[in-house]
Design a protein around this ligand. Structure first.
Ligand SMILES: Nc1ncnc2c1ncn2[C@@H]1O[C@@H]2COP(=O)(O)O[C@H]2[C@H]1O
Length: 702
């Protein structure tokens, strides 16, 4: 029969691999049953008896096994309790540290809220003992936090340091250690003599930075950043209002609020009376519970006010609130009104009251500005994706109307916008994310997203993993509208003219010229060709006096100098000057773009060159030659041989630079490595005995 352990392993394995939910549920039940009937009791007891393991198990339970590490894990069983704790290291990016930060944050917030509340005598009297117990718990958390902090891994020269002593030294030298130490100083002992002096615990607030630390971590982790920021703002406002309310009440105590009246600046019971409520529900029992005003003028109520009071006297009751509630709520009300600069409270009469009001007003202004700014930022960033999308969509619509795009195409574009928005595609800018991420992470992400899809492609099924990885990195998503042709028969060879025109159109961009502007001058090196979208242009002599021809909408010019026509007497120089007559909109196509496009269309290229030759021949600018066939292939390809050579030269320089860079970084790395090995050797020499002791404890031959 298989052992319990083997059976558990089998069950667990089956659970992990099974896709059937019901089967998983049944197996889970079996496991729980086996556990509750104590089949593993002996094993469990053995484990619990092992005191050495208890402490580590605690960490394991809170953190999950993967979150903590012990140097030399394989020796874990034989290590003593102290050794296990000593060699423990905590990575601050893992879940354990995050959860622990949450506990420390709660303890800080507890102190932040409860310390000033002790100003209220009623609270002190009612909750003194529970308060002391809770204080003790938070103090234990703070003490334990010192241990956790001293076990935090850190980075040095890009290396994660997990050596116990190094972690300890790093923490002891830090500012956090001083704050942590001061915050656990037992200042509460003063309360043995003065039990009401809750403010002696103020040193606990030195750990307040842990609240901000936790908030930062949460902001990075959360999937609802806006909601989190809103909650954070509310909590911060509450804490500030709360402290201000407690200080207000402290001043009220100092000025003696017991005999104060409605008009006094300090707290007064007269300002917050218990509310009077009707005993009966006047909406349900209108007949018996509502004063009958039939035949009376409701505007003249003062004439029958006594009657009204007599009617309500037996039907009313007082909803009593405790003094603590009244004191706190009125103080909080005062504090919030003052801090948001609404005022409307009795004016201060004493110097300290005035100072407090001034400080509050200034603080209120700052808080108000921060709140307004924060909420403004939040709203802007919440709507950023939407507004960017709207801007693009509206811009596109305006453009289509301006360019008089037909309605069918316009509708299609709008539908495409709608589709990309509803599918979430428009809400993220994938290209920017790719730019931002390091290439390795981008690779991992692409593998996650696309690998499943690419594996399904029959063509790639037997490919090496490396090739698939390379392919996945190069994939990008494109959305097509219903009815769109993704490709058409005959596109593959790319030798049809329509295909070339399509390629060219994609590369065109618009330029507008003013009347009298020269688009190009005779003798310039040609780098672009032009298509007239709108306007009128003239082919003129270099001095601009003689007009050879007029070019109108739809005409093309500037192609002769960029086609590299074999035998062109002007080479790559302009054969004439072109001047705009009125405002002219021209589509510009660069030489590189033209050649990029026509390289794939050999027939179209030949016909373009032939047309160019015809024009040149007419103007006697073509050098007819029999050995045309001998012309360099490279020249026909579009890039003259000199240009190619200079490109090769440039690439060689670049290669040389890169090799030099890598060589120098290799030498630098070597030196650094040598330095570190020497350092390590020195460290080993100074701590030889302790290291040998440690390894002998772990039963490793040394
Ligand atoms: N006589 C002409 N009639 C019309 N267009 C011309 C004439 N001569 C030159 N061109 C155009 O003007 C352009 C000037 O630059 P390119 O030589 O590159 O190409 C030239 C032709 O496209």
């Amino acid at each position: 029969m298989a052992s319990d352990r083997e059976q558990d392993a089998e069950i667990a394995l089956a659970m992990a691999t099974s896709t059937n939910k019901f089967a998983r549920l049944v197996r889970m039940m079996m496991l729980i049953k086996r556990w509750t009937t104590g089949q593993n009791q002996q094993e469990t007891e053995e484990r619990l008896d092992d005191r050495n393991m208890l402490m580590f198990k605690f960490f394991e339970t809170v953190a999950g096994t993967k979150n903590l590490s012990i140097i030399g894990n394989h020796q874990e069983e034989s290590m003593s309790w102290f050794n296990k704790i000593w060699h423990l290291s905590i990575n601050e990016t893992n879940n354990f540290y995050y959860r622990w930060s949450a506990i420390v944050m709660l303890s800080c917030i507890y102190n932040l809220v409860l310390i000033p509340v002790m100003i209220f005598a009623e609270f002190r009297q009612s909750y003194y003992k529970p308060w002391l117990v809770a204080n003790a718990i938070t103090d234990v958390v703070n003490l334990f936090d010192i241990l956790i902090q001293s076990k935090r891994e850190f980075m040095e020269d890009g290396v994660c340091i997990t050596e116990p002593k190094a972690m300890l030294v790093k923490y002891f030298k830090s500012r956090d250690f001083i704050l942590d130490l001061l915050s656990v100083t037992p200042s509460d002992l003063v309360m043995l003599i003065f039990p009401n002096l809750a403010f002696v615990r103020l040193n606990r607030l030195l750990k307040i930075h842990r609240i901000f630390d936790f908030m930062e971590r949460t902001e990075i982790r959360t999937n609802f950043p806006h909601l989190f920021r809103l909650l954070r703002l509310i909590v911060v406002c509450f804490v500030i209002f709360h402290w201000n309310a407690c200080v207000y009440f402290l001043l009220s105590i100092l000025y003696g609020y017991q005999d104060s009246e409605m008009e006094d600046w300090v707290f007064s019971y007269e300002k917050i009376l218990d509310p009077l409520l009707p005993k009966c529900n006047n909406r349900l029992y209108a007949g018996t519970c509502l004063f009958d005003e039939d035949g009376l003028d409701a505007h003249e109520r003062h004439t029958y006010v006594d009657e009204l009071l007599d009617f309500w006297e037996p039907k009313k009751y007082v909803r009593e609130f405790s003094n603590l509630t009244k004191k706190y709520s009125l103080s909080f009300y005062w504090s919030s009104l003052t801090l948001v600069n609404l005022g409307e409270q009795p004016s201060p009469t004493q110097l300290s009251q005035m100072l407090f009001e001034i400080v509050d007003t200034l603080l209120g202004l700052v808080i108000f500005a921060i709140i307004v700014g924060d909420i403004g930022n939040m709203v802007t960033s919440m709507n950023l994706a939407r507004s960017t999308f709207e801007e693009k969509k509206d811009g596109c619509k305006r453009y289509m109307r301006f360019r008089k795009v037909n309605q069918v195409l316009e509708r299609k574009v709008v539908e495409w916008f709608e589709y990309t928005w509803t599918r979430g595609q428009a809400k993220v800018d994938e290209s920017k994310i790719v730019e931002y991420l390091p290439s390795r992470l981008h690779g991992q992400m692409s593998v996650q997203i696309h690998m499943d899809t690419i594996r399904k492609v029959r063509l790639f099924q037997d490919c090496e993993a490396g090739l698939l990885y390379e392919l996945v990195l190069r994939l990008h998503l494109q959305i097509f509208s219903p009815g769109d042709y993704i490709c058409r028969k005959g596109d593959v060879g790319k030798d049809c003219e329509a295909g070339l025109l399509y390629e060219l159109v994609l590369r065109l961009h618009l330029q507008i010229f003013s009347p009298g502007d020269y688009i190009c001058r005779k003798g310039d090196v040609g780098k672009e060709m032009y298509i007239i979208k709108r306007g009128c242009l003239e082919v003129v002599s270099p001095d601009g006096l003689k007009v050879f021809a007029t070019l109108n909408e739809g005409a093309v010019f500037g192609e002769l100098s960029i086609l590299n026509i074999p035998g062109n007497k002007n080479g790559n120089r302009r054969t004439a000057s072109i001047r705009a007559v009125g405002y002219s909109d021209l589509y510009v196509l660069t030489k590189d773009d033209l050649w990029d496009a026509i390289r794939e269309f050999p027939d179209a290229k030949k016909s373009l060159i032939d047309k160019g030759k015809e024009i040149l021949r007419k103007d006697n600018l073509l050098k007819e030659s029999d050995d045309e066939a001998e012309l360099s292939d490279m020249e026909i390809e579009g890039i003259p041989i000199e240009e190619r050579l200079s490109k090769i030269r440039k690439n060689l320089y670049k290669l040389e630079e890169t090799i030099n860079k890598y060589a120098s970084s290799f030498h630098g790395g070597n030196a650094e490595m040598k330095r570190r090995i020497t350092q390590l050797e020195q460290r080993y020499k100074t701590r030889k005995h302790s290291i040998q002791g440690l390894y002998s404890n772990m039963n490793i031959d040394f």
